[in-house]
Write a protein that binds this ligand. Structure first.
Ligand code: WTA
Length: 648
């Protein structure tokens, strides 16, 4: 995004006040800000009452060894009990937990008591397979109810799960299994995507060849497609679960017991295993789900249209909604299968009241046209939300008008895998929304924008987004790498958390998140590391050197553009681009596939040898190339733009 577009954005004058009825009955009112400011830890202690503790905590926060936080010290709880059993005990067992809609049109309605029974069976099955508290379990599944069952069964046993998005390759899955030393993998034959079965089991077979610690692979039958089978290791989910009791007594774990590890891209090639623990994470996700989406569990039908394989799914399809006893929709497939109005058909069918999705989806719907959603009755929607990347004002207004009928608040929520919970967002019953701005830190959260020296910037200025106080759902460390945790997040500015995003405060002091300031890209709301894609490219025999940048893209936000220098031995013809795209898919996953691959003879580097991606971004975005004074050889850019050719 250029500076001019940015400053235009920041002069946005449209305001959307909360609807009067929503404001009157909102879960969180304006006084929450002052209450949290006056006594932040007291505020969090009050939020912790949302959770059922087996043993009460004795201290809200232990920050005596920063940045290693301990929240709700001494408290004990079981996450699955909080998501299921307590609702059943309270007489809400017949409430629907999920309306599941498969891509081919099959459906399942699952109540809280049914889900509890299945989770207990799965927990008993895992016990039979030797799983104990603390063991890690990898989950590589499509968007089906069994994914939730598997996660909660792990949580029930205190066995941290690591869910790997089904779009990741065998190599990416293998690296994650090895990094967290998972001993069991739960997968499926496949899932349904874009109108056809898409296999998962072959990737697991390939991955676990190099994972000697994996004892068993549990396989859910979803598509019925053929699978290879390793006797003794592979087990059908239904066979193992079917014979188990639906009774299982949950054990209470320490508030700081690990709940899950979720891998995310960092600025180096190696993905980071973000560790979330039990008590604080549940408090944070249930509080934010309740306040930002104004959840009324008796009446709302809530839909996060994201994949459980990302943090958005963990926090707002699984843990937050279930902790709050919410009825959710879960959809397996792609938005345009079998027709471009599939989402809107689902909203009408289940009378969804709240929809939460990514700007990239909204921009795609805009392109397809307002006549598609107009075919369905969307009047049940009372609140809509956005996450994953900056939402441009046009997309915000289109979303509000076309999907929200011109009446629903739009909550533009900023957060990260690391934060575990929404941190910056309008409050739907309080805030006058501004298209494009995520507005303010939630009550209990302290965010700021600082300059290079770490000083808070005045209104009307930009800088780096930081979080100044710890929060309950914060990551506790990077799995197995405390030093990297400290370096990545807590070293750039003394004593505060550096998010890696650029942001501005407008004249009113409201926050605009502008995107990453590090070597991380955001493609369709998915975080990708430039270095990771570069390593994948140079691992191909034809490539000598590679530089990757995220170039602006009207639909996906950013797109991967790769500049490659081919080895002298490689001929530039044939399908280099095809080869390289396929190679990146197999190394990381299809989401990382470059949109364009440009063959160049040199790359712009500083005297210390660092690739100047900023200049390549200028080329990729068709702009005049910026300041080249720090280049080791300032004629390089001319050589690149003249000699550059798209790889065929
Ligand atoms: C970006 C997804 C602008 C940001 C929950 C962040 C956003 C990264 C917003 C985290 C938003 C997320 N406005 N940018 N509302 N929400 N981002 O870990 O760059 O997949 O650092 O978590 O997405 O991506 P992650």
């Amino acid at each position: 995004m250029s500076q001019t577009t940015l400053s235009n954005l920041l002069h946005e004058t449209r305001r959307f006040d909360p609807p009067a009825d929503l404001a009157a009955s909102a879960n969180l009112k304006a006084d929450a800000y002052a209450a949290a400011d006056a006594d932040r830890l007291g505020f969090w202690a009050a939020q912790a009452e949302r959770i059922t503790w087996d043993t009460p905590f004795t201290e809200v926060l232990d920050w005596s060894n920063p940045p290693f936080a301990k929240w709700f010290v001494g408290g004990k709880l079981n996450a699955a009990y909080n998501c299921l059993d307590r609702h059943v005990e309270a007489g809400n067992g017949d409430r629907v937990a999920y309306y599941f809609e498969g891509e081919p049109g099959d459906t399942r309605t699952i109540t809280y008591s049914q889900l509890k029974d299945e989770v207990c069976q799965a927990a008993n099955a895992l016990i039979e397979l030797g799983v104990k508290a603390g063991d890690r379990i990898a989950i590589y599944l499509p968007m089906i109810p069994e994914t939730v069952v598997a996660m909660l069964a792990c949580a029930r046993l205190g066995a941290p799960h690591t869910v790997v998005f089904g779009g990741f390759s065998a190599a990416a899955l293998r690296d994650r299994i090895i990094d967290c030393q998972a001993e069991i993998v739960i997968t499926a034959d496949g899932g349904n995507r874009k109108g056809k079965p898409s296999a998962l089991k072959p990737a697991v077979d390939e991955a676990v060849k190099e994972c000697p610690d994996v004892r068993n692979v549990l396989v859910v039958k979803r598509t019925g497609q053929d699978v290879d089978w390793t006797d003794g290791r592979d087990l059908w989910w239904d066979d193992v679960l079917g014979k188990q009791s639906t009774e299982h007594t949950p054990e209470a774990f320490d508030a700081e017991h690990p709940l899950y590890v979720m891998y995310t891209s960092g600025t180096t090639g190696k993905p980071k295993g973000i560790l979330h623990t039990t008590g604080g994470y549940l408090v944070g996700t249930s509080y934010t789900h309740w306040s930002v989406f104004d959840i009324k569990p008796e009446t709302d039908v809530y839909w996060t249209a994201a994949d459980i394989g990302w943090v958005t799914g963990h926090s707002y399809i699984v843990y937050g909604p279930l902790a709050n006893g919410t009825t959710s929709i879960m959809y397996e497939g792609t938005p345009d299968t079998p027709h471009p109005g599939r989402w809107w058909e689902i909203v009408e069918k289940y009378k969804a009241t709240i929809l939460y999705c990514a700007p990239t989806a909204i921009r795609t719907f805009m392109k397809v046209g307002a006549e598609i959603p107009a075919k369905n009755d969307l009047t049940s929607l009372r609140l809509i939300g956005s996450v994953g990347e900056p939402i441009n004002p046009e997309a915000y207004v289109w979303y509000r008008d076309t999907i929200g009928g011109g009446k629903t608040p739009v909550v533009d929520t900023w957060w990260q895998t690391e934060t575990g919970m929404i941190m910056i967002s309008p409050l739907p019953g309080v805030t006058s929304g501004k298209p494009g701005s995520a507005m303010n830190a939630l009550p209990g959260v302290v965010a700021d924008v600082v300059d290079d020296a770490g000083e808070s910037v005045p209104n009307g200025s930009g800088g780096y987004l930081v979080l100044k106080e710890p929060w309950p759902a914060m990551l506790r460390t990077i799995w197995g790498d405390d030093d990297r945790y400290v370096d990545t997040y807590w070293s750039r500015f003394k004593g505060v958390y550096f998010a890696g995003d650029g942001a501005k405060k407008d004249e009113d002091g409201d926050l605009w998140v502008l995107g990453r300031v590090d070597d991380v890209m955001n493609v369709s709301g998915h975080r990708l590391s430039t270095t990771e894609i570069e390593s994948a490219l140079v691992s191909h025999p034809k490539v000598a050197e590679a530089a990757v940048v995220g170039a602006s893209d009207v639909t996906t936000g950013q797109a991967v553009v790769a500049f490659v220098i081919l080895r002298a031995s490689a001929d530039g013809g044939g399908d280099v681009a095809d080869d390289l795209r396929r190679h990146v898919s197999s190394q990381i996953g299809a989401i990382a596939r470059p949109r364009s691959i440009l063959v160049v003879s040199e790359l712009p580097k500083t005297r210390s040898g660092k690739i100047m991606r900023r200049l390549l971004r200028d080329v990729a975005e068709d702009r005049e190339v910026g300041d080249v004074s720090t280049l080791a050889d300032d004629s390089v850019m001319g050589a690149i733009t003249e000699g550059m050719q798209p790889a065929r």
